[in-house]
Design a protein around this ligand. Structure first.
Ligand code: ZN
Length: 169
């Protein structure tokens, strides 16, 4: 997704040590994700940034709700999402390493943008299957699904009828 300007942290002016940032995500963020599963949502994001020498360690913590369609009844529901992700930025300009959580920045970089990592953190902590809490699915859909899903015993009368047909043939 496109980096959002409010998630940019200019780190050159920061002293070495720990810094904390807060971001509030709303519907604008979730619709800008380009994730067709997201209908909207809201979340608090806390970033603990540790700066030292040529390293920035960002611990992203997300706590919120994403509006998505229920996998069972296909109507909107609020999926809670909560969790952390660590992201390390190295100011060396070296080649990217194989480690996912390590990103190399150009030596003259002065800011990082966290939009992508915040989105990743949300995605990472969303369950694959999301359904309404028990009993809260759309009752009409549930009823319709129950009717479809109940296995039908073949009506014994049909068996009889088939027998008769065979004999008659
Ligand atoms: Zn449901």
């Amino acid at each position: 997704m496109e980096p959002r300007p409010e998630h940019t942290i200019a780190f050159t002016g920061l002293k070495d040590g720990a810094h904390r940032f807060h971001f509030a995500l709303g519907d604008a963020f979730f619709s800008a994700c380009g994730d067709e599963e997201f209908l909207g949502g809201e979340a608090d994001v806390r970033v603990d940034l540790e700066k030292n020498n040529n390293l920035l360690v960002a611990l992203i913590h997300v706590d919120g709700r994403v509006r998505m369609l229920c996998d069972h009844c296909n109507t909107p529901m609020e999926q809670p999402v909560k969790g952390d992700q660590r992201q390390i930025f190295k100011l060396t300009g070296e080649e990217e390493t194989d480690e996912d959580e390590l990103v190399s920045l150009a030596p003259d970089a002065h800011a990082i943008n966290l939009t992508h990592y915040i989105y990743e953190c949300i995605r990472l902590h969303l369950p694959i299957r999301h359904v309404h809490p028990e009993g809260q699915c759309d009752p009409e859909v549930t009823q319709a699904l129950d009717q479809v899903l109940v296995p039908h015993e073949p009506d014994p009368r049909w068996a009889k009828l088939n027998e008769l047909k065979k004999k008659g043939a």
